[in-house]
Write a protein that binds this ligand. Structure first.
Ligand code: PBG
Ligand code: ZN
Length: 329
């Protein structure tokens, strides 16, 4: 049976009908907003290359969080920019580090927003690499010790979830063990399971966390973007080691990976719509090639359709605002 019995256009005739048969939803609760915490007091400065995103000091963060809560955004993902960087990233696991202080502030305010912390050393090392470096090499097992200390200090401050970002082997296991040994069996782990060595992180580094890679690149720990089966092995290992939520990063160029990840593992799945992706949207909008929120909506629905439950995006606030309008309208 086909045309004229079947007419696909019948269910596309009006917006009300289209809404009835829409297969994919997008709501503010799918969104996670990344935030950049700096040391100091009374600071709230827009990040030039990430318009709508700010460097905020710990004392100013609760106000920001209240806005996020009102918009219905589920969670924030905190990054720290320490006052001083050094070769052992000591500010990353200090109890009065910027992220630790920000988490304490947010938790005291009891806003209901889920607090996730990025756990990596590259924002805190003077060379910009994700762990301890010796003779130009990133050491795996030695770095795990520091990375698990970072996770523990975030859990102590009150983080709901920690998000290990370094792509080192065994990092999920090391963190799960140290959290359990120290009385934090309920602190969840959102694993950056599949993080590709991508050109799309540059803006984040230069202006977001003010880090410069002094030598080399990240291709000995982040994934080669030519590979897909390997991504599934990364996820499998993270799940075995204790990941509660898995992540694919970047997002838009990797929809095949997102689709496979959801289908093969049926785990809660986050995607990170990274700084370079944000910049592409901004540039198109600035040139007048497309409307910014329409672009965002199409991108985020595509990510959801591919299988993502959660989307980490610098556009979270604008998108949530738009979605709330749409619901009411
Ligand atoms: C590492 C980290 C990076 C990003 C988020 N966490 C950089 C990297 O892994 O090289 C990139 C995010 C973005 O570009 O938006 N802590
Ligand atoms: Zn890193």
């Amino acid at each position: 049976m086909s045309y004229p019995v079947h007419r696909m256009r019948r269910l596309r005739r009006t917006e009300s009908i289209r809404r009835m048969v829409r297969e994919t939803s997008l709501s503010p609760s799918n969104l996670i907003y990344p935030m950049f915490v700096v040391s100091g007091k009374g600071i709230r400065e827009e990040i030039k290359s990430l318009p709508g995103n700010y460097h905020v000091s710990p004392d100013m963060i609760v106000r920001e969080i209240s806005e996020i809560r009102k918009l219905g955004i589920s969670a924030v993902l905190l990054f720290g920019i320490p006052e001083k960087k050094d070769s052992l990233a000591t500010q990353a696991y200090s109890d009065d580090g910027v992220v630790q202080r920000a988490v304490q502030e947010i938790k005291e305010a009891d806003t209901g927003v889920v607090v996730i912390t990025d756990v990596c050393l590259c924002e805190y090392t003077d060379h910009g690499h994700c762990g301890i470096v010796k003779n130009g090499q990133l050491l795996n097992d030695e770095s795990l010790e520091l990375i698990s200390r970072v996770a523990l200090s975030h859990a102590r401050a009150g983080a709901d979830m920690v998000a290990p970002a370094a792509m080192l082997d065994g990092q999920i296991k090391a963190i799960r063990i140290i959290l359990d040994q120290n009385g934090f069996p309920d602190t969840a782990i959102m694993a950056y399971s599949v993080k590709y060595a991508s050109i799309l992180y540059d803006m984040f580094f230069k202006e977001g966390v003010k880090t410069v890679l002094k030598f080399g690149d990240k291709s000995t720990h982040q994934m080669d973007f030519s590979n897909s089966d390997e991504a599934m092995r990364e996820i499998m290992l993270d799940i075995e080691e204790g990941a509660d939520i898995i992540m694919v990063k970047p997002a838009l160029f990797y929809l095949d990976i997102v689709y496979r990840a959801k289908n093969e593992f049926k785990m809660p799945l986050a995607v990170y719509n990274v700084s370079g992706e944000f910049a592409m949207v901004k540039s198109m909008a600035r040139e007048g090639y497309a409307d910014e929120t329409s672009l965002c909506r199409e991108i985020f629905v595509s990510l959801r359709r591919a299988g993502a439950d959660l989307i980490i995006t610098y556009h979270a606030k604008e998108m949530a605002r738009e979605l709330l309008k749409f619901q009411q309208g």
